[in-house]
Ligand binder design. Structure first.
Ligand code: SPD
Length: 352
């Protein structure tokens, strides 16, 4: 597989500066599309190919969490942010809609939606795909360095083993971290009940002394052997396994947390037609294949799945079976409930 192209993040800063300056009107006169996306999610080659084919420049900047993306858009206001496309997880679509930050899609401009598996379309969180089009999906599981860890690990609850002191990696993705702790305590990861969250928080507080790092950027601590066990998104672990085959991935027996990230169009998108062209381009099977090959997350694009090596499609880390997913939950919108998560996260980080 190709290595991540870090150049992209270098353009990030200048891109975000550009969209915040008064030269915006001038920039809008050029042919461009402005995208705000998770880091490490669209290969630079794909962005360049799009520009070569269409003459549309891609102005690209990144975020590390749904929460940071959402608060940035709320603070600036969608119309003023200058972005055309963002890529939230599905449980943020409704929140973006309620804040009047996103606009309805004209699906007649996204013909390549025909390549997407119907089971990813017309879901309760966005009936008729009025606002969103799925891009990639995955789950969070347990990674173990099998050369260093000899204890059996098969469940979220196993992460509380004191043997892992100083070697445990936990995600700093709010919903994943608390969702994992809720599941370890047999509670729903979609709860907004304070009593449930308190149980999860107390459990996390107990295991905090074992934690080496809270991060959803797992590659550096895993590659550097700073951590030997922890949580990670399946695609990230697959990429790590190419360089470090001793890292195994386990779908935990309490079940995983499944997420889907989708393209949405912002209100006041300055380059609407270009944005439609970009989304439709991303849904081409051969483009979806390139995205999978670079980042190894699963794709809802069935035509792309047919083009991918059988070995990958049959790998349960990439495409978990129903059995692997038994007991799993799809992360749902919890509205204002997210504030509780955020309060407990602050307490966990800064409390005693
Ligand atoms: N490198 C891109 C990772 C995108 C992961 N999004 C899913 C968040 C689930 N809580």
């Amino acid at each position: 597989m190709k290595k991540t192209l870090y150049l992209l993040s270098v353009t990030l800063l200048s891109a975000s500066v550009m969209i915040m300056t008064p030269h915006r009107a001038e920039a809008a006169a050029t042919k461009e599309v402005v995208i705000f996306n998770w880091s490490d999610y669209i290969p630079e080659e794909v962005l360049n190919d799009f520009t070569k084919e269409t003459g549309i420049n891609v102005v690209y900047s990144t975020y590390e969490s749904n929460e940071s993306m959402f608060s940035k858009l709320q603070v600036i206001g969608a119309g003023k942010a200058g972005y055309d496309i963002v890529v939230p997880s599905t449980y943020y679509i409704n929140m973006l809609k309620e804040q009047n930050l996103i606009q309805k899609l004209d699906l007649s401009k996204v013909g390549n939606i025909k390549h997407l598996d119907p089971k990813f379309l017309d879901q309760d969180y966005d009936k008729g795909n009025a606002y969103s089009i799925p891009y990639m999906w995955g789950g969070v599981g347990i990674l173990v360095n099998t050369e260093k860890v000899k204890t059996e690990v098969s469940s979220w609850a196993d992460l509380a083993n004191p043997d892992f002191a100083g070697k445990l990696l936990l995600s700093d993705d709010l919903r994943d971290l608390f969702g994992m702790a809720l599941k370890a305590n047999k509670l729903s990861p979609n709860t907004d009940d304070d009593a449930d969250l308190k149980v999860a928080y107390e459990w996390l507080r107990e295991i905090k002394p074992l934690v080496r790092v809270f991060s959803s950027q797992i590659k550096p601590p895993v590659m550097g052997d700073e951590v030997t066990v922890g949580m990670g998104w399946n695609g990230d672990v697959l990429l790590i396994q190419e360089e470090k085959p001793e890292i195994s991935f386990i779908w935990p027996k309490e079940g995983t947390l499944v997420w889907v990230d989708s393209f949405v169009l912002l209100k006041g998108a300055p380059n609407l037609e270009n944005a439609y062209k970009f989304i439709d381009y991303m849904l081409r099977p051969e483009v979806a294949v390139k995205c999978v090959e670079e980042y190894m997350y699963s794709t809802p694009n069935v035509s792309a799945l047919k083009l991918l090596p059988e070995e990958l499609v049959n790998n349960p880390v990439f495409l978990p079976t129903e059995e692997d997913l038994a007991g799993s939950d799809f992360l749902l919108d919890i509205g204002q409930g997210i504030r509780l998560y955020s309060d407990y996260w602050e307490q966990l980080l800064h409390g005693k």
